[in-house]
Design a protein around this ligand. Sequence first.
Ligand code: G6P
Length: 362
Amino acid sequence: QAAKKGAYPYYMLKEIDEQPGVMRTLIQEYVNEDGSVKIDQELLDALSKADRLYIVAAGTSYHAGLVGKELFEKLAHIPTEVHVASEFAYNPPLLSEKPFFIFLTQSGETADSRQVLTQVNEWGYPSLTITNVANSTLSREATYTLLLHAGPEIAVASTKAYTAQIALEAILVKAYGEAKNIKAAKDFDVAGELTKVANGMQELVDEKGDIEKIAQDMFATTRNAFYIGRGVDYALAQEAALKLKEVSYVQTEGFASGELKHGTIALIEEGTPVVAIITDPKTAAHTRSNAQEVIARGANVLFISSRDVAAEGDQIILPEVDPLLSPLVSVVPTQLLAYYVSLQRGYDVDKPRNLAKSVTVE
Ligand code: G6P
């Protein structure tokens, strides 16, 4: 039943809409009434022994890993590296003495990620697979597994698995940081924060019409586009760019907004769409000034900002959530934008050309 489209024209739209519910399911599955987290003690003990985390993933899951790095470093004080699986496989980094590997994979079947896990098992290091599919290959072969409980994801472009991965990373880091007696983790009310996220996501999916109109006004004929941001907004920009390019074939780059001026700004022309993601008060003014630089060169800028840092004229205002969790809400308008641009161009949103849901070849 969960895999039926029902009244929806496409799975992608259904899966975008399901995200508030996925947040609530994760809270139910992993958080006790008293706010403590239900995570296997053995897994927490293994994590506590690690001196460094290595997150390995592909595609959208890799982007969820980039957000995870921020969570693990800030709330569990553990140095964390994020690697594209196909790169790690043939060119592994110099490992720390006590590495712990986290594989993020919606399907649990991606060959590039599995290849790394096979190597990790030969080395004898502990690992955790975070996946949507119980009993999948990467789940069976890793030391530990945590399930995303997002329900089947059918559209090739991943949406709810991305937000489920970030939410589960947040839940895990709560338990992990607490086990390490870190104050920031103890103070982090993960159930309360994810409930705020779920409500915020709901507000955003309820305002689809705004995004549909922006897609028409700003993206109808463009061949390229940019997403810019700093910190977690940069991590989000990379996922937002992937989503837009994979379903609408608009060549899109996600860029660190401060880095634009070192080359990429040469691509800005009259009318080039640039989406500025602004959620972090620390860097809001800087990203705004980078946006001004592209406006001065003719770019058509769409501002997506959190309520607390919003400025007059910003087109999409995001509900306020914990700054570390902001990609969970800022991603929603970017998913909808990708969906509508694809739809308006007449493409099959659920089955973009040349792509597969799960890539089981290297
Ligand atoms: C394919 C899909 C992507 C996905 C990636 C990783 O390329 O088209 O949407 O992000 O594989 O998949 P995984 O199942 O490992 O998360």
